[in-house]
Design a protein around this ligand. Structure first.
Ligand code: ZN
Ligand code: ZN
Length: 228
């Protein structure tokens, strides 16, 4: 049986997703198909924000996040490593913690220095780190949601460009944008006041959250018609 623990690391969660959904993903979905699913469930999550429905936001953003991790598996991206490189307990743009982008108005991205000693271990610690860099009390949940949508757009653009030319430098943009999108998932959950790791451990206490099998045996029609 595969399950997610509340103290899961990002790497462990990525391995869980591979174990449960790797087979189904490989047989049914291309990278572009998976991106459509990331988008589809983020949008439902944003609808939850617009309607003030926290449960709707939670379930859909968790599903979207899991599709995103499936994409990371298919592209062989170590998202924990990428997130840490981009956000080493500092804002990736102003290189401060907490972020001072609003006050400083830098014209260009500041150099970030990585202090390995500060590296969070678990997914929860990563989420807490993002809460320290981007203070949830300084912005509304709608603001965090719009930022998530923006980064989803940039990630999609990077995927489109890479898939057009298959250039290695374009793949680097995919990795950077994936880290940014990851940070925004954490940002919205910080605004919701929910722990991603804890919620994933409830959702994935036993294998696939829908069919309860590992590997997942949900059929394609059920996946594409999933209501949430
Ligand atoms: Zn900043
Ligand atoms: Zn399933």
């Amino acid at each position: 049986m595969a399950s997610v623990e509340p103290n899961t690391t990002i790497k462990e969660y990525q391995a869980f997703v591979q174990e449960v959904y790797g087979l189904s993903n490989d047989r049914y979905f291309s990278v572009a198909d998976m991106l459509a699913n990331v988008e589809r469930f983020i949008m439902r999550g944003l609808k939850g924000i617009r309607k003030g429905d926290r449960e709707k936001s939670k379930i859909n953003l968790l599903i979207s996040f899991s599709w995103f991790i499936s994409m990371m598996n298919q592209l062989h991206i170590d998202i924990e490593g990428e997130a840490w490189k981009r956000f080493p307990y500092l804002c990736s743009y102003c290189a401060a913690c907490p972020c001072s982008c609003k006050e400083e108005k830098f014209e260009e991205r500041q150099k970030v220095f990585v202090n390995e000693k500060k590296r969070p271990k678990t997914l929860e610690e990563f989420q807490n780190m993002f809460g320290k860099i981007y203070l949830p009390e300084k912005r509304s949940i709608e603001h965090a949601g719009v930022h998530l949508a923006e980064e989803l757009g940039e990630f999609s653009e990077a995927i489109l460009t890479y898939r057009g030319g298959h250039k290695d430098e374009d793949f680097e943009s995919v990795e950077l944008e994936a880290a940014d999108l990851f940070s925004c998932f954490m940002g919205v959950f910080n605004s919701l006041g929910m722990s991603v790791a804890k919620e994933l451990s409830i959702m994935f206490s036993k294998n696939c959250h829908v069919c309860k099998n590992s590997p997942c045996t949900c059929n394609f029609v059920d996946i594409t018609k999933f209501k949430s």
